[in-house]
Design a protein around this ligand. Structure first.
Ligand code: ADP
Ligand code: MG
Length: 267
């Protein structure tokens, strides 16, 4: 069964989309089966994966409204080796339409039951907001991966996200928890970066990934070629960092599965 992860932070420009696309490609590089679902009407993850967002027949909009099945929406054969359900401006209308639909918080969860067995990981890219689309993502996920830039206001606003995660955990999805905090665009030469980083570790403890993503121009260039960085420049620091993140994520996932098995055998 796929592990479904929401990648979110209601701040824009912190590296959500970059993380989603590149983590997907790096998980594929270590032989995992991955589906990326774009839930941002901007469609940046779609384009960055090599799909023209204006040419999608069945997008995440139709997936959420139930007009198309997951299988109809999935686009395969892309350069990164992972599958994509794309998004474009159509998705802006989904928020309002979802309000009228039954089980509006669970549309994504229901839509994914069909394909969960076919993947190891399903990664959900989100817009920089906390709306019904994000609620759908959180209701469908077991974990939340929060990319953060180590700058002065990084922690501000995170409390709203943590509050939402707690609420959804109580009311809609008891499985949901914070999977990890990822430090992005990291520049160790800046003392502010180091200070904020220390704060993050104090606050979130071992939820903070050991892997940090450096500021790397290759990561910023790759999307304009419709490629993950691994396919664009596999020796870049950005590519190596996301490979390390994929390794860390898999090790953590395996350790958790083992702990759960032990717990079950003891009880
Ligand atoms: P979000 O999805 O949170 O809005 P993006 O992933 O789109 O953020 O990143 C915002 C901008 O910063 C993009 O232009 C992206 O290419 C660039 N970027 C993201 N991560 C890095 C990085 N580690 N190094 C350099 N540029 C980055
Ligand atoms: Mg984005």
């Amino acid at each position: 069964m796929a592990k479904i992860l929401t990648i979110t932070n209601q701040k824009g420009g912190v590296g959500k989309t970059t993380t989603c696309v590149n983590l997907a490609a790096c998980l594929v590089a270590v032989k995992k089966r991955v589906l990326l679902i774009d839930l941002d009407p901007q469609g940046n993850a779609t384009m960055g994966s090599g799909v023209d967002k204006h040419q999608i027949e069945h997008s995440s909009y139709e997936l959420l409204t139930g007009d198309s099945s997951a299988k109809e929406c999935i686009i395969s054969g892309l350069p990164g080796g992972f599958d994509v359900i794309g998004a474009n401006g159509d998705l802006t209308a989904a928020e309002v339409e979802l309000l009228q639909l039954p089980r509006r918080e669970f549309r994504l969860r229901m839509a994914l039951t069909d394909v969960q067995e076919e993947y190891d990981f399903i990664l959900l890219d989100n817009p920089p907001s906390l709306n019904l689309l994000t609620v759908n993502a959180l209701s469908a996920s077991s974990g939340v991966l929060i990319p953060m830039q180590c700058e002065y206001y990084a922690l501000e606003g995170i409390s709203a996200l943590i509050g939402t995660i707690e609420k959804i955990n109580k009311r809609l999805n008891p499985e949901l928890r914070i999977e990890g905090i990822l430090r992005t665009m990291f520049d160790p030469r800046m003392s502010l970066t180091k200070d904020v980083s220390v704060h993050l570790v104090e606050y979130f403890g071992d939820k903070v990934y050991r892997t940090v993503i450096p500021r790397n121009v290759r990561l910023a260039e790759a999307p304009s070629h419709g490629l993950p960085v691994l396919q664009y420049d596999k020796n870049s620091r950005g590519a190596l960092a996301y490979l390390a993140l994929a390794g860390e994520l898999i090790r953590r996932t395996e350790a958790e599965a083992l702990a759960q098995l032990q717990e079950e055998s003891e009880s």
